[in-house]
Design a protein around this ligand. Structure first.
Ligand code: SF4
Length: 438
């Protein structure tokens, strides 16, 4: 991991919803020293902002999942009017996403929003931009300038411009796009600087992960404002995850990025969950709740592990708030090694599960009791940690004897045979090859 890039710092929020700092490390324009704030996670509501109750409920849901900043779209006046009723009811800073009409930005500011997002591709009338800047300046509100690849492509003289601008970044795959993103940003930000406005966050999104990486890398060399990372139109979660993680992860590893939004064509709760997980994985955020380790399964499993893993994940997500490591492993052959470092672990085998808490065997239960017993042990362990009687990560579950069940072997064949014998069917678990070994 490269050290975080130092930036000016932007603060968003108020004394009621709290403040979230974005970026930092460089002194601000008034000379105030800043230290880099932890990378924050944000998302955007999916419903209509003017449906006030639903919007408030969605913001609460996203904030409870860990969103530190929530953006809402305000395409119509009824949306900016709704903000007056929404903002007093929520407990996270709210950003108004303004598209084609600068008036919406002015109305959102009047409604008490905490930050404005402008797209240079859509609001580019100089005086209108100045009006928004002045309104934000008067209320000390930051503005995100978000250039999106799709909205800044120049259609007029496109070939000529492509040739001219592309030459600036001739060694890049997307020379023209990169150049035009930077050119638009420079042009737009000059208006802000002329107005002595520096409370700026920059984003430069594309659906192409490699362009996102190149664009933010170039921008990070040219501007000292904090950066909001994102891949736009990343697609459904199934494919958008890889696209987003490659781009955002690559940038964060290089120290670039101060706040992230993962975007999916799905419930934004997944954007929050995956944004948090990305930061946890990179060590950029202290984990809240369980770190679940689970084996990928192979021909050794002897229980329905996929179902068990999902049940454990859901149950622990609701009940565990300390960052304990929990391992759900399919067998005792490789499980202990793969679960090394877990606080609580279950190793399945022969339609049973043995449960360890920090190296100590506490139960050996039949398959149908694994979930309940594992949850009980996790909650008891959590209570001990909270009372100061146990310490996370203190002892490792890596001292399990090699074959405590005394009955290993070809898992799927035994399980299928037993199911057939008991009339329980014998479907082959997804992804398993009969008799597979490793
Ligand atoms: S060896 Fe055991 S722990 Fe590893 S994948 Fe196979 S079943 Fe899971």
């Amino acid at each position: 991991m490269q050290p975080r890039r130092l930036t000016r710092q932007v603060t968003i929020g108020d004394s009621r919803v709290g403040f979230v700092q974005i970026g930092g490390g460089l002194p601000n324009r008034d000379g105030t020293p800043t230290t880099p704030a932890p990378v924050s996670v944000q998302t955007m509501t999916s419903g209509y902002t003017h449906e006030i109750d639903k919007c408030v409920a969605e913001i609460h849901k996203l904030a409870s999942a860990g969103a530190q900043i929530v953006r809402v779209a305000v395409p119509e006046k009824k949306d900016t009017d709704a903000l007056k009723h929404i903002i007093p009811q929520v407990n996270v800073p709210i950003v108004a996403d303004v598209h084609f009409h600068f008036q919406r930005a002015l109305e959102a500011v009047e409604s008490g929003v905490h930050k404005i997002r402008l797209n240079p591709g859509n609001i580019n009338d100089r005086q209108q931009v100045i009006d928004v800047i002045q309104a934000c300046k008067a209320r000390k509100l930051p503005i995100r300038v978000g250039v999106n690849e799709g909205s800044i492509i120049e259609r007029k003289d496109k070939q000529k411009r492509q040739k001219e601008l592309g030459a600036v970044f001739s060694d890049h795959k997307h020379g023209y796009l990169l150049a035009i993103m930077i050119a638009k940003l420079e042009e737009y930000l000059d208006i802000f600087y002329e107005q002595d406005f520096h409370d700026i966050v920059i984003s430069a999104k594309s659906m192409d992960a490699s362009l996102v990486i190149d664009a933010y890398t170039e921008i990070s060399k040219r501007f000292d404002h904090p950066l909001h990372l994102g891949v736009t139109h990343a697609g459904p979660k199934e494919t958008g995850t890889i696209r987003s993680v490659v781009a955002l992860g690559g940038l964060l590893i290089n120290g670039i990025g101060d706040t992230v939004r993962i975007s999916y064509a799905n419930d934004p709760i997944y954007e929050v969950q995956d944004g948090l997980e990305l930061l946890y994985c990179l060590g950029l955020k202290e984990r809240i709740g369980v770190d679940l380790i689970a084996c990928p399964t192979c021909g050794r499993i002897q229980v329905d592990l996929f179902t068990l893993i999902q049940d454990v994940r859901k149950a622990l997500a609701e009940k565990v708030t300390v960052p304990m490591k929990v391992a759900v492993m399919g067998c005792i052959v490789n499980g202990p090694g793969e679960a090394e470092g877990a606080d609580v672990a279950v190793f399945a085998g022969d339609r049973r599960g043995i449960i360890y808490v920090q190296g100590e065997k506490v139960a050996n239960v039949p398959e149908e009791e694994i979930l309940g017993r594992l949850l009980t042990e996790c909650l008891q362990f959590q209570d001990k940690v909270k009372r100061g009687e146990a310490k996370l990560g203190e002892k490792k579950v890596d001292i399990v004897p090699p074959d405590p069940l005394g009955n290993l072997g070809s898992g799927w064949e035994k399980m299928a045979a037993e199911r057939i014998k008991t009339g329980g069917g014998g479907e082959k678990p997804i992804g398993l090859t009969v008799g597979a070994t490793r």
